[in-house]
Design a protein around this ligand. Structure first.
Ligand SMILES: [Cu+2]
Length: 201
C-alpha cells in the first residue's frame, strides 16, 4: 500500500499495522469457517462458538446485501478538538459495484469521506465528494494515513470506551447502521494496545 504514509507527520508504522492486519485476517477466517453441516466436528464447532462469542460486540461485522463492514473504530478526542477520524474495513461481497456515497452520525455535526495522499511532496487530505468506490469483490480499508471518515463538530467529545452510531449510505445497497468503537487517544488501530507511542518490539 501507499509509501506516502512514511512522510506523514504521524505515520502509522508497519509494526503497529501488523496487529490490525492480524485482526483482519482473523475476521476473514471467522467469516470463512465452515458452519455445522459442512463437515465441522463437534470440537470444531465448540471452537467456532467460542470464537463467535468473543467477537460479538461493536466490532462484529455488519452486513447489508453483500456489503460487509468490520473493525469500525474511532479515537478519543483531546479537549477542544473539533474533528475525529473514523476507520473500518469495507468488503463488497455482492455481485455488483457499489459506492459509499455519504455518512451521517447523530454524534457529529457532519461526517465526510476523506483520503490522505501525497501531492507535490506534501501529505494532503482530500474530501471525496463523489464517495468511495467499492467494486464488486473488493475490500477497502479505511485507516490512519489512508482513506478515513472525518467526524466534524461532535456534540460531545468522543470518550475512550464509547460507541458512536454511524449510518453508512451506499449507492446500491442503501443504508447500513454501524457502531464505531472509541479507542484511546493516539490509537493506531482497534487493538487496545496499539498507540503511536508504544514500541511494538
Ligand atoms: Cu480527514
Amino acid at each position: 500500500m501507499p509509501r506516502f504514509c512514511l512522510s506523514f507527520p504521524n505515520p502509522p508504522s508497519r509494526l503497529t499495522l501488523l496487529p490490525l492486519v492480524a485482526a483482519l485476517v482473523m475476521t476473514v477466517l471467522v467469516a470463512c469457517s465452515p458452519g455445522p453441516g459442512e463437515g465441522a466436528s463437534l470440537a470444531d464447532e465448540a471452537v467456532q462458538a467460542e470464537t463467535d462469542a468473543s467477537t460479538v460486540d461493536a466490532q462484529a461485522p455488519a452486513v447489508v446485501e453483500g456489503i460487509v463492514v468490520s473493525d469500525a473504530w474511532t479515537r478519543a478526542m483531546a479537549p477542544g478538538a473539533k474533528v475525529a477520524g473514523g476507520f473500518m474495513t469495507l468488503r463488497n461481497e455482492g455481485g455488483g459495484d457499489d459506492r459509499l456515497v455519504s455518512v451521517a452520525s447523530p454524534a457529529a455535526e457532519r461526517v465526510e469521506i476523506h483520503e490522505m495522499r501525497m501531492a507535490d511532496g506534501v501529505m494532503q487530505m482530500r474530501h471525496l465528494a463523489d464517495g468511495l468506490p467499492l467494486p464488486a469483490g473488493s475490500e477497502v480499508v479505511l485507516r490512519p494515513g489512508d482513506y478515513h471518515l472525518m467526524f466534524f463538530d461532535p456534540a460531545e467529545p468522543f470518550v475512550e470506551g464509547g460507541e458512536i452510531p454511524v449510518t453508512l449510505n451506499f449507492e446500491h445497497t442503501g443504508e447500513l447502521e454501524v457502531v464505531f468503537k472509541v479507542m484511546g487517544l493516539g490509537a493506531t488501530s482497534s487493538m487496545p494496545e496499539d498507540t503511536e507511542h508504544e514500541d511494538r518490539h
